[in-house]
Design a protein around this ligand. Structure first.
Ligand code: ZN
Length: 507
């Protein structure tokens, strides 16, 4: 048994080395690579991707998994194995099954269609011409259904798609959490819309990029991101990637006339980065040193960005320093006005610009449409109208152009149906964890007020980061909070925070 585990770990280690090498090429492409290098880079990435896929699906892995007793009924393998080895077997089994159940021919068609679809989408969005994208979207939905049939599901074809991004989570699970969320958010957004809007003039001033960077780096260090085991650079689309467990790369972009883009972007990516830096050393070089799901990853980034970075106690500590760097921009703006400005809520058409309160509604809209697409209860041609009608119900506003509606996101064009829910699940997981954190770190607000963020990061390291993929999202949630995922803690947090910011009564 032990030699089989050792052999599986050896194979896995080489796959992880190849994955990280692949990530170096990807990171470079987004940050430093000269424009003309794109076609050679694509060839390099595609070759390496092929090699990784071959290794991931090799019959040797299948044989070893069999010898270790792993199967659909028993993904953890033999009970004789150490608990951490069983978690490792489960992670290998999960990936192996997912990758081998999708035939090579389907993978090829998916990759091809995603590339064509993306180009068609970019053009269609530019022209706000949904009809030009519709046939591609149709094909992508068909391919998603084919994928779902290969992967298998018990209840809804959407289950299999969702499971690729949020292992163990079903459509019914998400629908339950989102129904709760919708019921709480819609009246809260309406109450805020009736209240007097906050003054956000401080956001509209010019902030020199160099000083934004100075402040952003100070905050990144303070929250606990290790500069010895990672870097911050710039790119058009901010992201986090790991070139190794001791080499975590973050990117941001600076906008002179909108400082929150970089500041909250850095804190957000910093949250992703600290998760990646926090895996147990014993897991390094294995696939357990990875986020357990996109939703959990997003819970870490959103926790730092919103619960910490947009909180009053945090700014009680940092606003004096911010004013020191930007004296003219903040001269006539006190802490209270600043705090309200960075928490301004306003229903808007574009998801990526949405605030903490309305954001999840954008996701619920997409989740509802995706289910209808997959079960074919809406035809592709009717999607723009379906989008407008849901937007009206959920956000109270309707896009005039499809570019600001059904065409706004890249995800579907890349075949990423089932991905969206993870964003909102991140909000929900995050606050469920905060409940347990606050019970243990009694003085949470006082720590933030004192700028002492190390105990907060240490709590996350201990309870979340270090486990990597050794715990599934549901296990993590249960172990930390003693309960299944619920939208209640997140809704309570929002009501509490925005009641005060918008001076609401009766919410
Ligand atoms: Zn994120």
């Amino acid at each position: 048994m032990n030699e089989h585990i050792a052999q599986l770990k050896k194979i896995d280690n080489e796959i992880q080395l190849l994955q990280h090498t692949n990530a170096v090429l990807g990171w470079d492409q987004e940050t430093l690579m000269p424009q003309e290098a794109i076609s050679e880079r694509s060839e390099q990435l595609s070759l390496l991707g092929g090699i990784i896929h071959e290794r991931e699906t090799s019959s040797e892995i299948g044989d070893l998994l069999g010898k270790l007793g792993a199967g659909d009924e028993n993904p953890l393998g033999s009970e004789e194995l150490e608990p951490s080895d069983r978690a490792f077997v489960r992670a290998v089994y999960q990936d192996y099954v997912r990758l081998t159940r999708i035939p090579v021919d389907l993978v090829r068609r998916l990759t091809k269609k995603a590339s064509v679809g993306q180009a068609a989408w970019a053009k269609a969005r530019q022209d706000s011409d949904f009809a030009a994208f519709a046939p591609h979207l149709n094909d992508l939905i068909e391919l998603a259904l084919e994928t779902s049939e290969c992967l298998g599901y018990t209840d809804h074809p959407y289950d299999a798609l969702l499971d690729q991004y949020e292992p163990g989570m079903t459509t019914a699970d998400v629908a339950g959490v989102f129904a709760e969320l919708k019921e709480g958010l819609v009246p809260l957004v309406a109450a805020i819309a009736d209240a007097q809007q906050v003054n956000d003039r401080v956001l509209k001033r010019e902030y020199p990029e160099e000083l934004q960077e100075t402040f952003g780096r100070e905050v990144l260090k303070a929250i606990g991101f290790s500069g010895d085991r990672g870097r911050l650079d710039t790119s058009v689309h901010p992201f986090t990637t790991s070139l190794g467990s001791d080499d975590v790369r973050l990117t941001t972009r600076y906008d002179r006339s909108h400082f929150p883009t970089s500041l909250f972007g850095i804190i957000h990516e910093g949250g992703h980065g600290m998760y990646e830096q926090g895996f147990d050393r014993a897991y390094h070089g294995t696939r357990l040193a990875d986020g357990t799901s996109l939703g959990i990853h997003e819970s870490m980034s959103r926790f730092w960005e919103n619960v910490v970075g947009r909180s009053r106690p945090f700014w009680e500590h940092y606003y004096p320093r911010f004013r020191q760097l930007f004296p003219e921009q903040t001269e006539d703006v006190d802490l209270d006005e600043f705090y309200r400005a960075i928490n301004k809520v306003e229903p808007s058409l574009i998801r990526v610009e949405a605030d903490e309160v309305t954001y999840s509604l954008h996701i619920i809209l997409r989740f509802e449409l995706e289910q209808q697409m997959v079960s074919k209860s809406v035809s592709t041609n009717d999607l723009p109208d379906a989008w407008r009608s849901l937007s009206k119900d959920l956000l109270g506003i309707v896009p005039e152009r499809d570019a600001d509606g059904v065409l706004q996101d890249i995800h579907w064009s890349m075949g990423g149906i089932g991905y969206f829910p993870t964003y909102a699940l991140g909000n929900v997981y995050g606050l469920q964890f905060v409940g347990a954190m606050k019970a243990q770190l009694h003085e949470f607000d006082a720590l933030l007020r004192a700028g002492e963020l190390a105990p907060v990061k240490a709590w996350l390291d201990e309870n979340i980061h270090r486990h990597g993929r050794a715990k599934l999202p549901k296990e993590l949630c249960m172990d930390i909070s003693g309960a299944e995922l619920s939208a209640k803690p997140f809704l309570a947090y929002l009501r509490n925070k925005y009641r005060e910011i918008y001076r609401l009564s009766g919410v």
